[in-house]
Design a protein around this ligand. Structure first.
Ligand code: MG
Length: 157
């Protein structure tokens, strides 16, 4: 077994969709980024790549590459899963935490888990998504951005 950690932050801005774990969440602001800026899926991919010591998504899907402009991060997660499989790894379980002051994410978490589990080709019970606030402190607390942490355990075939 091998373990990896991922962390990501994106800035909240007007005129963008808010997409977390592949779920579009109705909100007055969205996350800024070259891709769809799905901070949760980005942290998860970095955890998986970290577990396999295969670098990170910035290396794999550079934001200077026009192919990834507006990219669907869940599709990139499918590609990361395929890469790991190719290297002989399977995902054992993942645990993710989204840090956002607003909106309330609890209603959307079941769907996020389904989408992420589907993209990784694992059972729902292997995918945990949690949300927390930072009690109004710092950039997340001030609503300037959203952060996500993830850990992934992978098995060597
Ligand atoms: Mg990112």
């Amino acid at each position: 077994m091998r373990i990896g950690h991922g962390y990501d932050v994106h800035r909240l801005t007007e005129g963008r969709k808010l997409i977390l774990g592949g779920v579009e969440i109705p909100w007055e602001k969205g996350l800024l980024g070259h891709s769809d800026a799905d901070v949760l899926t980005h942290a998860l991919m970095d955890a998986m790549l970290g577990a396999a010591a295969l670098g990170d998504i910035g290396h794999l899907f550079p934001d200077t590459d026009p192919r990834y402009s507006g990219a669907d991060s869940v599709e990139l997660l499918r590609q990361v899963t395929a890469l790991l499989r190719e290297k002989g790894y399977t995902v054992s379980n993942v645990d993710c935490t989204v840090i956002a002051q607003r909106p309330k994410l609890a209603p959307y978490i079941p769907r996020m888990r389904e989408i992420l589990a589907g993209a990784m080709g694992v059972e729902l019970s292997r995918v945990s998504v949690k949300a927390t606030t930072e009690e109004g402190l710092g950039f997340s607390g001030e609503g300037l951005g959203i952060a996500a942490h993830a850990v992934a355990l992978i098995d060597e075939a």
